[in-house]
Design a protein around this ligand. Structure first.
Ligand SMILES: Nc1nc2c(ncn2[C@@H]2O[C@H](COP(=O)(O)OP(=O)(O)OP(=O)(O)O)[C@@H](O)[C@H]2O)c(=O)[nH]1
Ligand SMILES: [Mg+2]
Length: 436
């Protein structure tokens, strides 16, 4: 499930220019005929896909878009200037609807796609058009047509790459604000953040990723306490977790306790979340007690066993900006190593007896052997544990298993060893067919 990034914007197309009332004035010609030109067309508002955008963030601070009006008609039958259209850039995958009527106006899916959302007004006709034998010198001209005005709703499903998790008030929103142009609400009370905020982190080397600031988790979140479960669902779709832990100790909590509790919530929601790449971010390191608390925390962390791999611990202060650059670089490096989730098309072939297709990176925490009858056999503690946790009756569970396998690089490894579509692959007591 993706975050739905959603904004409302006001748009207005340009008015058409007014037609002119004018008469020819020539030497020696009294009472020249009508000569007022037409007004020019107003500019239209056109939404256009820009591949460089990945969120609707920019619209939070720029909501009004108005195209220019057409020029008025002029003397000597000259037309008013037509106004240029106003192009508004949106990310790929934006759905556009009319907020007032609810009508869906269109989907902008691919680079270069355009959608005219408000047509510019037609220019009014000048008095040149109104002459008749009865009225050879008309004093009338049309006004330009007003440009269309609308409130639009833009919606985009965003898969965040990185999720910020942690107890309330540990500084998640503050971090998001420090490293992106997002302006989430920050306050000294718990549950300040009620809906996920998204921001785009851009590194100097051109790499970028979408970061989601999630509402604070608390004990029992996986059972629905606090704002829990909805947000755990978001967490499920992020590839890297930044687990923020407040090192100040000001709230009387223990950092190691926090670390364990949050991970227990993740585990209860979905055990495989514990295998998700996680960086522990020691936050508020500018506060006086933080350094000492961090020492104690690091000692305790040596014996942590809840996560399968020992997480890296990075120190930051969003206030002094200490450690932020390093955190971003480490995050992007980890992201580069973490596979993208399978799209629907890559999903499950059948709910039983098939291997799934996905691409992953290479790790070798499993072993591949081959039986005399050519069946590939996968083994390894982690694989078998994953396998046991999977309920092959449930698609969700199979998906999770498939993601894990892909994350471990299983199918790449099989391919590298020469496995072909249709080969049999055995894990535990089940045999699958390899789908290439
Ligand atoms: N000294 C110091 N204070 C910080 C730092 N980061 C955040 N804070 C403060 O901690 C408080 C909580 O910050 P938020 O960013 O709102 O915390 P949050 O984790 O988003 O909280 P919820 O949205 O309630 O889950 C605010 O008063 C911040 O100013 C930091 O690096 N140093
Ligand atoms: Mg917050």
């Amino acid at each position: 499930m993706a975050f739905v990034d959603q904004v409302k914007i006001n748009i207005k197309a340009g008015n058409g220019g007014n037609g002119m009332v004018a008469f020819r004035r020539e030497k020696y010609v009294p009472n020249g005929g009508p000569a007022g030109g037409d007004g020019g067309k107003g500019g239209s508002v056109i939404l256009k896909v820009d591949e460089g955008l990945r969120t609707l963030m920019d619209f939070r601070y720029h909501r009004h878009f108005k195209a220019k009006n057409g020029g008025n008609g002029m003397i000597k039958g000259m037309y008013g200037r037509g106004a240029e259209n106003l192009y508004v850039s949106v990310p790929e995958g934006t759905t556009v609807s009319d907020e007032t009527t609810g009508e869906v106006l269109g989907d902008l899916l691919h680079e270069g796609d355009e959608l005219v959302v408000a047509k510019g007004g037609r220019g009014g006709r000048g008095n040149i058009h109104f002459a008749s034998p009865k009225n050879p010198a008309p004093e009338i001209a049309e006004n330009g047509e007003p440009g269309v005005e609308k409130v639009l709703k833009l919606e985009l499903k965003v898969l965040a790459d990185v999720g910020l998790v942690g107890f309330p008030s540990v500084g998640k929103s503050t971090l998001l604000a420090a490293v992106t142009s997002a302006k989430p609400k920050v306050a000294a009370y718990h549950f300040t953040t009620l809906v996920p905020n998204l921001g785009m982190v851009r590194l100097d080397d051109g790499r970028d990723f979408v970061m989601a600031d999630l509402p604070g988790l608390i004990e029992g979140a996986s059972q629905g306490v606090g704002l829990g479960i909805q947000f755990l669902r978001h967490v499920e779709r992020t590839r890297v977790l930044l687990h923020l832990i407040d090192m100040s100790g000001f709230d009387g909590r223990d950092a190691y306790d926090d670390f364990i509790k949050i991970n227990q919530e993740l585990k209860q929601y979905d055990e495989s979340l514990l295998d998700r790449s996680q960086i522990v971010v020691a936050s508020k390191m500018d506060l006086p007690t933080a350094a000492e608390n961090l020492q104690t925390f690091k000692k305790k962390m040596k014996k942590q066993q809840i996560l399968t791999v020992q997480p890296e611990i990075l120190e930051i202060s969003s206030v002094t900006r200490q450690g932020l650059q390093e955190l971003l670089i480490k995050t992007v490096t980890l992201l580069d190593k973490t596979p993208v989730f399978p799209t629907l098309a890559q999903r499950v072939q059948t709910t039983e007896g098939k291997m799934y297709q996905f691409d992953g990176d290479k790790q070798s925490d499993f072993e591949i052997t081959r039986e005399p009858d050519a069946t590939w056999v996968l083994s390894g503690d982690k694989l078998e544990r994953l396998f046991k946790m999977t309920n092959f009756e449930h698609e969700e569970s199979i998906m999770r298993f498939a993601r894990q396998l892909r994350g471990m690089g299983v199918d790449d490894a099989l391919r590298a060893r020469g496995a072909k579509a249709g080969d049999h692959v055995r894990i535990g007591k089940f045999t699958f067919e390899f789908v290439d």
